[in-house]
Design a protein around this ligand. Structure first.
Ligand code: ATP
Ligand code: MG
Length: 457
């Protein structure tokens, strides 16, 4: 990334440097072209002035008319100023400057030494006499000035041509730098974007998707560790975090299951102790009382009635004890499995219960116990809170899962957290790797559904 950024910087920097340089060159060339134009105009001006001088001098020499003399005077006055301006304009180029100076000097000398300037009008009194000689002498004197005019213009034109060529080369260089810089930048930016997409955007997106799956409970979500630099660190950290989350989750499930199994075993032992201990003794006591009652003489009806009441109360205590031990751990579940245990629950429910049980085989004990508690708590809730006219218990097991649902047509509005029954069930089912769902819209009944995997995770 650093290499590409540096390359991009260098490329764009060089392209701009060339462009700036070319623009500066072009501006300088443009300035010189303007100067050159000014110089050529000045040369034209001075040349015209000089031609005027020549023409007027010749006209005066040939015709002797005073208007030529007057015009000569005007041109004579204007020439030095224009010649000086020309010299100033030619200032930057030594050769042109010296030619301009020569024009100035020879021009001034021409004017100064011309017979008209010296006021020798007499020499011109008979113009026709001197026509030929004067013209020849003027031509001879004007020749070097004409040459200088010619040279200064030719040199300026060749300078202009050279400048044009240089300007064209500069413009071409600027175009090449722009096109090269632009193409290089586009290529580098495209390559850079591709690299960022492949090396950063794609892995970060993938890690974000995995984080989303993890957040939604998929603890197996992992991201490929292919990124470089910080992205690679991010991917590895994410995977380590997911590993440790999965381990903690597994440990938590195991310890939950252990606690549940221990609690269930304790309940079973208590139920067993009650059944074989207190209950048996109470049954024996009832039988003894009944035997004692049968041998009481009829002359003592009061004693007989007391004994009978005591026996009845003992039977009542025995029933209570049976009910209690059933709640602790139903012996019928251990003996006959889920269908008879659910039937016993339905029988004891004060709300009429429809049963639909399709569980042909015995299930693992932890599953049977959990399913029994779900049905037991849901039916108890129906009786306590639902004001329902009926309840329906359905159970269906295939090779892998047991589905159990308890539905009532009561008032609805059940929610986790207001008591401990439904929360405890949720914990129990989760500890077995299953799910418990509660649907209880207001006035539309309540459904508790448990889904329990039959194989251990
Ligand atoms: N079948 C139902 N119909 C209407 N409301 C219900 C039903 N089941 C539960 N509820 C409501 O949901 C709440 C939570 O039930 P939960 O079984 O967790 O607690 P509880 O029955 O109040 O107390 P606990 O079960 O600990 O003796 C109840 O207090 C009750 O208001
Ligand atoms: Mg409850």
């Amino acid at each position: 990334m650093i290499v590409v950024s540096t390359l991009l910087m260098l490329l764009i920097g060089s392209a701009f440097a060339v462009l700036f340089r070319s623009v500066a060159d072009l501006r300088a060339t443009q300035r010189l072209a303007q100067q050159s134009q000014g110089l050529l105009m000045a040369v034209n001006q001075v040349q015209r002035q000089f031609f005027n001088l020549e023409t007027d001098a010749r006209g005066y020499a040939l015709t002797g008319q005073p208007q030529y003399n007057t015009r000569w005077q005007v041109a004579q006055a204007a020439f030095p100023k224009e010649a000086v301006a020309l010299t100033r304009l030619a200032g930057s180029n030594a050769e042109q400057r010296s030619t301009a100076e020569r024009i100035q000097q020879t021009g001034m000398a021409y004017i100064k030494e011309h017979p008209i300037s010296s006021g020798s009008a007499a020499k011109y009194d008979s113009p026709t006499k001197q026509r030929t000689t004067t013209s020849e002498r003027d031509d001879w004197r004007a020749e070097p000035i004409r040459d200088a005019f010619h040279r200064i213009m030719a040199t300026e034109q060749s300078l202009a041509t050279a400048r044009e060529e240089r300007a064209e080369a500069t413009a071409n260089r600027a175009i090449a730098a722009t096109v090269g810089g632009l193409t290089g930048s586009v290529l580098l930016i495209t390559a850079f974007a591709g690299y960022i997409l492949r090396a950063i955007v794609h892995p970060v997106r993938q890690t974000a998707a995995m984080a989303d799956r993890l957040a939604n409970g998929d603890l197996k979500a992992r991201t490929p560790e292919t990124g470089a630099g910080e992205v690679g660190v991010l991917e590895r950290s994410f995977n380590r975090m997911a590993d440790s989350l999965q381990e903690s989750h597994a440990e938590l499930s195991t310890s939950r299951s252990r606690i549940l199994a221990a609690a269930d075993q304790a309940r079973r032992r208590i139920e067993h102790d009650l059944h074989d201990g207190a209950q048996q003794q109470l049954v024996a006591l009832v039988l003894e009382l009944k035997t004692a009652q049968s041998v009481i003489p009829t002359a003592q009806p009061e004693l007989k009635a007391k004994m009978s009441r005591a026996a009845e109360r003992l039977v009542g205590v025995l029933d209570d004890l049976r009910e209690l031990s059933h709640g602790i751990h139903p012996a019928v579940l251990s003996k006959g499995g889920l269908p008879p245990a659910l039937r016993a629950l339905a029988r004891r429910s004060p709300v009429p219960v429809e049963l639909d049980v399709q569980v042909p085989q015995r299930l693992p004990e932890r599953i049977e116990v959990a399913a029994y508690y779900v049905a037991s708590e849901a039916l108890a809730n129906t009786a306590k809170h639902a004001q329902a006219s009926y309840a329906r218990v359905s159970a269906r097991a295939d090779d892998d899962v047991l589905y159990l649902s308890v539905h009532d047509d009561g008032v609805g509005g059940a929610a986790l957290g207001r008591g401990s029954g439904l929360v405890g069930l949720t914990d129990r089912i989760r500890a077995l790797g299953g799910t418990l769902t509660l649907r209880s819209p207001e006035r539309q009944g309540t459904t508790v559904q448990a889904c329990l995997p039959l194989t251990e995770a």
